[in-house]
Design a protein around this ligand. Structure first.
Ligand code: ADP
Length: 537
């Protein structure tokens, strides 16, 4: 009966051991395996028959063999080892992370004769822990980069820091950051920084050509990772090199991410290379994407800061320029007044001169007032019926008065029409175009105004034979405070006339533009839609 009971208990125990999720192994004190359950078979890959009688060291990696001595020493002292985290190898040679609990087995006399080992597979847990550690490391790295560049306004420094840090983070042999920059003159050029390679390594190749491999990034098509770029279907498609030019850094592993500005445009790209295969991992992707976004935002901030600074500088320059422009006529007036005071006989002679300077002052102040109205969005138009002929004739007369040396000619439509516009403001624009034509052409030359009406439009153009305007300046002359500095004789002006003219014409829903060839004169034309009717005969 007792015998039966014992047998039953033994079978229950055996069943528990066999159904356990954990590997349960027992071994003699000299390390020979004496029992091996199903989970041990599953975990380590050896069937029971193969494992029994073998030495336990077959499960221990070469660099951890010393652990067994420590375990045996503990066992001999009758000590249990609990939740000891270590690594073992399975039959296929793969490493398994396990948590081991080892208890001494004693004989009836209480002497330790062996040990039972319970091993739990914690590979998944370890992987999760490692992923978490990596994640934390990445967050830390992102934090470090963000802090380092957050207060930076020098674009090159931002590029360099981001390139250096991310090259290290992804374990690249070299990294580069290509960045399209627009300078204060609106011209774009390429900035780039390198990490892990000297500038000379790239300088001779210039900017990365728009090849099938690079264009993905410059088109903003997302992150691109290749274990071996030389085997990539897009590689080698482009002339003349069909791959990397000779002397290029040896790139096999390739990783690239576009840098997309907050406005949505691609401002550049981060590129990484390594001479060995498969160096860049999926885990680098999220990291790089975050770094690229941080870089984009910081670069944008630096760009905005630069623009604000440039505007500020322009404003300062304008204030000093405007003060000078206001002071000059005042000084002249003062001089004439002193002269007239001392020599009253000269009064009639200096009066027109004083008058001219007063007109000049009043024109400058008028421009400044217009600018502040435009800025405040309060450029009000007083629409009223007006005679096209009259507006033009009056404008010509005004300009003639202060430029007797020029021939001012005009061609008007045979019949006058009544147009519905702000006649005073349209006159102001025409005077401004005529005054510029005179200002930028030699005395003795002809300025011709032509006017026509057709359909629902009137068109007025002013032709001069002056210094003309270079192509590259064309887009800028209508902007605020813009004056061409190159090769120009010193002329008066604040660079506001054309800007104000454009605002006035656009407020009338019209267009104004210039055509010119440098050195051969210019033509400024305005066109506005108008309601017109024939003038009463
Ligand atoms: P300002 O005449 O006060 O300088 P504008 O806004 O009227 O300012 O003109 C801007 C600039 O455009 C001028 O400084 C000059 O360089 C150029 N410009 C304007 N009109 C002419 C012209 N008819 N011929 C050549 N250059 C011109």
């Amino acid at each position: 009966m007792i015998q039966e009971d014992m047998e039953q208990r033994r079978m229950i125990l055996a069943a528990i051991i066999d159904s356990s999720e954990d590997a349960i192994i027992s071994k003699s004190l000299d390390g020979i395996i004496v029992s091996w359950n199903r989970s041990a078979e599953r975990m380590f890959g050896y069937p029971e028959a193969e494992a029994l009688g073998k030495h336990i060291s077959m499960l221990i990696p070469a660099d951890r063999q010393a652990e067994e001595d420590m375990i045996v020493a503990n066992l001999r002292a009758g000590k249990r080892i609990e939740h000891f985290q270590t690594i073992r190898v399975n039959k296929a040679g793969e490493e398994i992370h396990i948590s081991l609990t080892i208890s001494p087995i004693r004989n009836q006399a209480g002497v330790v004769v062996g040990a039972s080992k319970i091993a739990r597979d914690i590979t998944e847990q370890k992987r999760a822990e490692e992923a978490l550690t990596r994640h934390n490391r990445h967050m830390e790295a992102i934090n470090v980069i963000s802090k380092a560049i957050a207060g930076e306004i020098d674009e090159e420094k931002i590029l360099q820091r981001v390139t250096d840090d991310s090259t290290k983070l992804v374990g690249a042999a070299f990294g580069a950051f290509f960045y399209n920059k627009t300078d204060t003159k609106g011209e774009s050029y390429l900035l780039f920084t390198l990490s892990g390679a000297p500038m000379e390594a790239f300088e001779k190749f210039g900017m990365p050509r728009n090849t099938a491999v690079f264009s993905k990034t410059f088109k903003g098509e997302g992150l691109y990772r290749s274990d071996d770029i030389t085997k990539d279907p897009n590689y080698g498609k482009n002339k003349p090199y069909h791959g990397m030019p000779e002397g290029h850094l040896p790139v096999v592993s390739y990783l690239a991410v576009p840098v997309i500005a907050p406005s949505g445009g691609v401002t550049g790209g981060l590129f990484f290379g390594h001479p060995e295969k498969g160096k860049f991992l999926a885990e680098h992707e999220g990291l790089l994407q975050t770094i690229s976004s941080i870089a984009a935002v910081t670069l944008n901030k630096a760009k905005l800061y630069g623009e604000v600074q440039a505007l500020n500088a322009k404003k300062d320059e304008f204030i000093s320029f405007a003060s000078h422009e206001l002071k000059t006529p005042l000084t002249t007036i003062k001089g004439y007044l002193q002269l007239a005071e001392k020599m009253p006989d000269l009064t009639t002679e200096v009066m027109p001169k004083i008058n001219k300077q007063v007109n000049r002052l009043s024109a400058i102040i008028g421009d400044l007032l217009d600018i502040s109205k435009i800025q405040a969005g309060a450029l009000a138009l007083n629409y009223a019926p007006a005679s096209l002929h009259l507006i033009i004739r009056e404008s010509i007369e005004t300009v003639k008065a202060f430029s007797p040396g020029h021939f001012l000619e005009f061609e008007l439509p045979i019949r006058d029409v009544q147009i519905f516009v702000d006649g005073q403001k349209i006159g102001q624009v025409i005077i401004n175009l005529l005054a510029n034509a005179v200002k930028f052409s030699k005395s003795g030359s002809t300025v011709l105004l032509k006017s026509i009406y057709y359909g629902d439009f009137i068109r007025v153009s002013v032709h001069d034979q002056g210094i003309g305007i270079a192509d590259k300046e064309m887009g800028k002359i209508f902007s605020r405070f813009y004056r061409i500095e190159e090769g120009k004789q010193k002329t008066e002006g604040l660079g506001l006339g054309l800007y104000i003219s454009k605002e006035i014409i656009e407020a009338h829903h019209g267009y104004i533009w210039a055509e010119s060839e440098l050195g051969k004169g210019a033509v400024f034309t305005l066109e506005i839609p108008v309601e017109y009717k024939n003038m009463p005969a």
